[in-house]
Ligand binder design. Sequence first.
Ligand code: CO
Ligand code: ZN
Length: 330
Amino acid sequence: MNDLIKKLVEAYGPSGFEDGMRDLIRPEIEAYADEISVDAMGNLIALKKGDGSGLKVMIAAHMDEIGVMVTHVTKKGFLRFTNIGGVYPHTLLGGRVQFSDGTIGVIGCERLTNRSKVHPLSKHYIDVGATSREDCPIGVGDAAGFLRPFTTQGSRLISKAMDDRIGCAIGIETMKRLGSSPHDVYFVFSVQEEVGTRGAIVSANGIDPDVGIALDVTMTGDTPESMAMAVSLGKGPAIKVKDAGMIAHVGLVREMKTRAKEAGIPYQLEVLTGGSTDARSIQIANGGSAAGCLSIPCRYVHSPSEMVDMDDVENSVKLLVEILSKPLDL
Ligand code: CO
Ligand code: ZN
C-alpha cells in the first residue's frame, strides 16, 4: 500500500486543481467499480453495486490539498500569495511549493524584527528564481501545493497532503478488498474540501445517499503540550462522535463500534473541537442522511510534514470493509 500512498501524497492538487489527482486515482479503481462518473465540479464517483438488500452508502475522501495562489508578482519577480484552505504562517518559512507546470519556489518573508513572532501571510512571498516580472514563469491565479517527499520512519508515514490522500488510499484499498456487499456503495473522491467541503455538497446532492461516511484525518492529543484530545497515533482509527460541524448519527456510530469489536479491530472515539469534514455536507444534503466519519489520527495537520501510523491506516481499511460488507441496522 506504501507505493500507492507515496504516489497519492506527492502528487499536485490544491483545491480547485484536482485534475491530476483524478487521473491518478481513476486507473486504480476502474477494475473494481461497476460504474464511474465525474460530475460538473470534478468529483470522481465510483459505484460498487450491492446485492439489492441494503442501503445507498456514500464514502467520501477528498482529493484536494491545501495550497497557495498567486495574487501579485512584484517588479523583481517575487510572488505574493493568498491561502487555499487552512494555511498557517508558522508552517511556511523555508518551505517549498510546486506549481502545476513543475516550477518550484521557496517561501521567504520580510525581515523579522522579532524572531519569536511570525509574520502574517501577507508579508510572505515565493521566490521562483525570477529576476523580474517579465521573466517570471508564474503569474496571478497560478496555484501551488507544498513540496515534501513521502518518507517512512518505522510504522510512521510522513508527507505533505496526508490530509486527505491517506483517506483516498483507504477508499481505494477498500474498493479492492470489498467482496460482496448488501449495499450500493458510492466511493466519492471529492474536490474542494479544504475550502468548505464544496465538492461533497454537490456529490451528496447528486447521489442522495441513505448513509454517508467521510474518510479524513483528525488531530491528536499525544504530542508535548498539545491540546487535550483523547486520540493518539497508532491506537486505531477514530470513530467520530462530534466535531465543530457535525454530530455523527448515533446509530451509525454504534454500528461502527460493534463491527470493530466483533472483528477485534482497535478503535478510538473522536470529539474534535475545531474543524469538520465532508461528512457534514453529506449529512445535510437533500433530505439528510445518517452520516459519520472514520478518522485517521494525524499529527501536524496542515503542515508540510503530516504524520500518520500505518497500523491505523491498515485498521481503517479493515474496519471499513467490515462496515460495508454487513447490513446496517440504524
Ligand atoms: Co484539511
Ligand atoms: Zn481533510
